[in-house]
Design a protein around this ligand. Structure first.
Ligand SMILES: *Cc1c(COP(=O)(O)O)cnc(C)c1O
Length: 229
């Protein structure tokens, strides 16, 4: 077995154990393999081992990979910071975007989504770590932003995403994930049809699953440490 296939199995086992500990079904947590910085061969190896959903952060790198792997039936998620002038490529090449933090991005993605494709599945990124982090909308902005996105024809609003500041112990890891889940429940109570909590990375997936993650975004634990040239 390749190292990547073995790592994938180990990550799926971590998800299963964390789900069981939280009294959840393992199938309620989807694994998104974050393949930024890794070449096509690594993604093909993961795909051969059964992985279908891949996350990318940088538009041009990602589009090159999407085009090169059209022969595989993969699902591509954009999870990185997005500039307004790059939305068209994302609208044309991705199934999901997790990192929407302002209405302008959502409006552009909706307008630019090709009509022959299904609606772009989107999450609103929320800053649940306060001053320490710059990306994501403020929690108090999330209701209005979600309500505005929910009516855009080219998008399907699915849920919330967060990247908390790294923390070492599980209690500290869980606090921001819990804030995101409470916000998600508040939005659902307000009538927004959300079903997705995108939270948890290699070092904190157990804490995220304990707090209700439905998608965990895992890079290092599958592919190894990233080195950019
Ligand atoms: C890189 C990245 C990940 C994966 O992080 P790992 O620590 O390598 O698992 C997840 N989410 C986002 C938004 C990222 O940029």
């Amino acid at each position: 077995m390749s190292a990547i296939a073995g790592n994938l199995q180990a990550v799926l086992a971590r998800i299963a154990a964390a789900s069981k500990a939280a009294g959840r079904q393992p199938e309620s947590v989807q694994l998104l393999a974050v393949s930024k910085a890794w070449p096509e061969t690594c993604i093909r190896t993961a795909a051969a081992a059964g992985q279908r959903a891949f996350g990318e952060n940088y538009v041009q790198e990602a589009v090159d990979k999407v085009m090169a792997m059209r022969d595989l039936d993969l699902e591509w998620h954009f999870i990185g910071p997005l500039q307004s002038n790059k939305t068209r490529l994302v609208a044309e090449h991705f199934a999901w975007v997790h990192s929407i933090d302002r209405l302008k991005l959502a409006e552009r993605l909706s307008a630019q989504r090709p009509g022959q494709l299904p609606a772009l599945q989107v999450c609103v990124q929320v800053n649940v770590s306060g001053e320490a982090s710059k990306s994501g909308c403020r929690p108090e902005e999330a209701v209005a932003l979600c309500q505005a996105i929910a009516v855009l024809p080219g998008l399907k609003l699915r849920g919330l995403m967060a990247i908390p500041e790294p923390a070492d112990d599980e209690a500290a890891q869980r606090a921001p994930f819990r804030r995101l889940r409470e916000l998600y429940e508040h939005l659902r109570a307000a009538g927004l049809p959300l079903d997705t909590l995108s939270m948890g990375m290699s070092h904190d997936l157990e804490a995220a699953v304990a707090e209700g993650a439905t998608i965990v975004r895992i890079g290092t634990a599958i592919f190894g440490e990233r080195h950019y040239a």
